[in-house]
Ligand binder design. Sequence first.
Ligand code: PGA
Length: 222
Amino acid sequence: MVKRLLIAANWKMNPPPEGSLLPASPYLEHAAVDVIVLPGHLDLERCIAARLITGGQYGHPEPKGAHTGDVSIQMLARLGCRYVLCGHSERRRDHHESSAFVMEQVVAALEANIHPILCVGETLEEREAGKEHEVVKHQLKGLPEHGEITIAYEPVWAIGTGKTATPQQAQAMHAFIRPLLPKDLHAATRILYGGSMNKDNAEALLLRPDIDGGLIGGVAQA
Ligand code: PGA
């Protein structure tokens, strides 16, 4: 099976890069690969209006309620978002999102007909202690059996550090993750790699059999 790659640009808390909303945006839908953008919440509408395939970087699983400052996944769906990131390590770190809460987001996204991208990955300390498999397995616990889910393996030590996982390290973790997915969905589910991916290292990573795309931060903001 020839896999169709998914490239997701995570703009984090930065404005859309120059030219990204123009008619000839490099982020427009592409014949050979799926391309999506993940802007800050205030830029979502502009990206959708520019005909980019757009996703939220976070959404609260409850449809509405007393959560000052929050935005629900259902609100993202109403706006026209097609994707939502769930459990990016910066959210887990800055907002203390637990794996159980992150899985609630995945379920809420599916209910709202948005495609969740579930982020998993270990910290440097966890890898040094040989716990990376245990950590990632825990983060995948309770994953619903559904075809419209993407996984993003992002080792925390590689995010924004310029220290990419080697293609061998990334492939090894992706090959570990795939059999943990609900059976019947092993082949169909895309597993993205994220963490200092750039034009120099992307090809070697994407040629690996279990790496189905990239979640790209730093270089997608330039
Ligand atoms: P990076 O970020 O490409 O800057 O490492 C990836 C991410 O955080 O999704």
